[in-house]
Design a protein around this ligand. Structure first.
Ligand code: CTP
Length: 417
């Protein structure tokens, strides 16, 4: 809908920060600061319950604006309609179970409910509640309804909750929520709304003894960038993370693993109901056949130990096999290659695409260690239909978007009658 109040080009983006009545409301104050530091013009709209956790003076002082939960204040300015119409983004943090239910129902007996019904801009919700409430069928149905309407509902983080308990239900860190907001404000596509994506990232470690392991140099940056961008584009993301020292992307359900076997088990457990699986992790092909139960000691005059290795499971190949003849999930592999006397990087990539049986293979050239740990990358995305997409040197974020573009294109092809 076009109104005379449409945002003016160059004006700071108008953001409504909705705050639900949960203990995590205090973290929304930090999110407010991030949004303002980014140049956003933020109006805080708390629920009545939110004001019991953090009072109006805090929101007013931090936003520089009057704050109300009610439709009855400043009625002459018609805030219950104007705020939603003028917003470039509505972000709700924390979104409580009650607030999700009310939004799904379209209830509008407070200002925030009215904002949600009048907003035509993107809406991001960051839930926070106890695990039981998040996992309850009623909440999950409400989340599914909201997502089906195009609202980006982030998955809560896993960790310590209000009491002594822990589990899924923590509000994602304000920094991470802010990143999603900035991506949406920057005009990020929302073509993955309703899509379930499972991503592996990082590098596995295979224990030799309680203190030593065989590992690899994967930083996890590319897999994390994929998760971050998929979330910003509206996907629901489970991130199986192997030994990565990076902050969790907001809204991703992160499953931490160590070994190739752990990663295999986590991927198989979460692969059901996925639309897309991306194997960006560097998975060990071999592990020590025997793991010493004690720290191995060197013997001054003794021989150096020989490590007997055995093969690990090829997770990507097993995912392809367990999919069978179905077109979903779309399965994407990664291949870090160097050329050798048997062929160049692309020839190795083509052979691997066929051998692994995946739909897409993202090939990068790691000759001279030019990828690991760096912030940029260059890849060729090979499609089993014989086409390929070259992505020249770019940030891992841009590479992630390019990979997601090809994934979205392939999903559309698969969905065509
Ligand atoms: N992969 C996997 N399980 C393994 C090894 C690799 O799922 N045990 C996946 C990786 O996550 C990646 C793809 O397979 O998506 C290709 O990984 P790569 O190490 O290049 O393949 P390998 O099969 O190990 O091939 P190579 O013979 O080149 O070592």
């Amino acid at each position: 809908m076009t109104t005379s109040d449409d945002p003016v080009a160059g004006a700071p983006p108008s953001v409504v920060l909705g705050v639900g009545g949960g203990i995590a409301a205090y973290k929304a104050a930090e999110l407010l600061r991030r949004l303002r530091a980014h140049g956003c013009d933020v109006t805080v709209v708390p629920t009545r319950a939110a004001l019991r956790f953090v009072g109006e003076p805090t929101w007013s002082a931090l936003s520089g604006k009057p704050v109300s939960a009610e439709v009855w204040d400043d009625v002459h300015e018609v805030p219950h309609v104007r705020l939603g119409q003028q917003a470039a983004l509505v972000v709700i943090a924390p979104a409580t179970a009650d607030l999700l239910a009310r939004a799904a129902q379209g209830l509008a007996d407070d200002l925030l409910g009215n904002v949600l019904l009048t907003a035509s801009c993107p809406v991001v919700m960051a839930p926070a509640m106890h695990t039981e409430m998040w996992e309850h069928a009623a909440t999950q149905a409400n989340v599914a309804t909201l997502r089906s309407r195009g609202i980006i509902v982030l998955d809560p983080a896993v960790g310590r909750l209000t009491g002594a308990d822990s589990g899924p239900g923590r509000l994602p860190e304000p920094d991470a929520i802010a990143e999603v907001c900035f991506a949406v404000l920057a005009g990020s596509k929302t073509d993955l709304i309703g899509t379930q994506v499972l991503i592996s990232a990082g590098g596995t470690r295979e224990a030799l003894d309680p203190v030593r392991f065989l590992g690899n140099r994967s930083s996890g940056k590319q897999g994390y960038a994929l998760a971050t961008r998929a979330l910003a584009r509206g996907a629901t993301v489970t991130l199986v993370s192997a030994n990565v020292d990076l902050p969790a992307p907001a809204g991703a359900a992160v499953v931490s693993v160590e070994s190739a076997q752990d990663l295999h088990d986590a991927m198989m457990a979460h692969s059901h109901d996925c639309d897309v699986i991306v194997m960006a992790a560097a998975v060990a092909d071999f592990r020590p056949r025997h793991v010493a139960g004690y720290k191995m000691k060197k013997q001054d005059d003794g021989p150096a130990p020989t490590i007997d290795l055995e093969r690990t499971t090829d997770v990507l190949a097993e995912l392809v096999t367990s999919r069978g003849a179905r077109p979903t999930p779309l399965i994407v592999g990664f291949a870090a290659e160097t050329g050798d006397e048997h062929g160049d990087v692309l020839a190795h990539g083509q052979a691997k695409l066929v051998r692994k049986g995946c739909d897409l293979l993202v090939v990068n050239d790691v000759s001279a260690g030019q990828v690991f740990g760096r912030d940029d990358n260059a890849v060729v995305i090979l499609n089993r239909d014989g086409t390929s997409t070259v992505v020249g040197s770019a940030s891992k974020t841009d590479i992630a978007d390019a990979v997601l573009d090809v994934i979205v294109g392939q999903l559309l092809v698969n969905a065509a009658p």
